[in-house]
Design a protein around this ligand. Structure first.
Ligand code: HPA
Length: 272
């Protein structure tokens, strides 16, 4: 099993190396649904559909474009993912994290992940960007389960500073300088795909979660295991447990909020 996982990683590394012409991207950036705006600011040199990567797969989620985009942003070489694979689509967790492991093996040192999430903390408003300060893994899965891949990292990696204080400080500075109202908080990852019950939201609030979603945490765990420095951002798309917001309202809020998140992410990339 470990051989098969390593074979997929090595194959993915070769494909990505071919895509970037041997240039090591300064960061891997995962852009969730409706959050592809960062790519507009990039000078794109090559693209690769997800399904072209052996061991990976096409994205089946509407609104997730499903391709890798390589290029530069303010001169910084960046590998972006338009969309991601989710466990709720039925993908095994090691497939979900293949791009992070391949990027780390390639020599890429930073992961920036974005997603849409439900807001739990009353202080969060729909359309606001929340920077992760920490996470709670409630997915019932972990990409490090099974024989440890020693080539990537240690058996028992610490997760106490999963989100880089350096990148958090950088993002805070960028948001404040732009006058952007960026929140900070704890993200809880659940398997989905159903949205939470009200009792589940009360539970998540009680255990310290500020926002809830169905992605990102496996990516962070795999990236930290492989030694990457990580930052993550949620666009608050709705009030969690209250999917009664008018759909138009949510779409408008997300559309209005997406440029703020894109600006912070682009600002970090420009400084790497
Ligand atoms: N719950 C879980 N995942 C989500 C939500 C939510 O309310 N909104 C967007 N992704």
């Amino acid at each position: 099993m470990i051989d098969e996982r390593l074979a997929h990683i090595r194959h993915a590394v070769r494909e990505l190396e071919a895509m970037t012409g041997g240039v090591v991207p300064r960061a891997l950036v995962v852009l969730g649904s409706g959050l592809g705006g960062v790519v507009d600011a990039m000078e794109v040199s090559s693209e690769l559909p997800f399904e072209a990567l052996p061991g990976y797969a096409a994205s089946a989620v509407i609104g997730h474009a499903g391709r890798f985009v390589f290029g530069t942003l303010s001169g910084t070489p960046v590998l972006a993912m338009l969309g991601r694979l989710h466990m709720y689509e039925g993908h095994p967790v090691e497939r979900v994290v293949l791009p992070m492991r391949a990027a780390a093996t390639l020599g890429c040192k930073v992961l920036i992940a974005t997603n849409a999430a439900g807001g739990i903390a009353p202080r969060l408003r729909v359309g606001q960007t929340m920077m992760f300060t920490d996470h709670i893994n409630l997915m019932g899965a972990n990409p490090l389960t099974g024989a440890n891949i020693e080539e990537l990292g240690v058996r028992f990696p610490p997760m106490a500073e999963a989100y880089s204080p350096r990148l958090i400080a950088m993002a805070r500075e960028i948001a404040d300088a732009a006058g952007a109202d960026m929140a900070e908080g704890v993200y809880a990852a659940v398997p989905g795909p159903n949205y939470e019950t009200r009792a589940e939201i009360r539970y998540l609030h009680a255990v310290g979660a500020d926002a809830v979603g169905m992605s990102t945490v496996p990516e962070i765990i795999a990236a930290r295991h492989a030694g990457m420095e990580c930052a993550a951002f949620s666009l608050i798309a709705n009030v969690a447990g209250e999917m009664t917001d008018s759909h138009e309202h949510v779409l408008t809020a997300v559309e209005d909020g997406a440029p703020v998140m894109a600006g912070v992410v682009a600002g970090i990339l420009a400084r790497l």
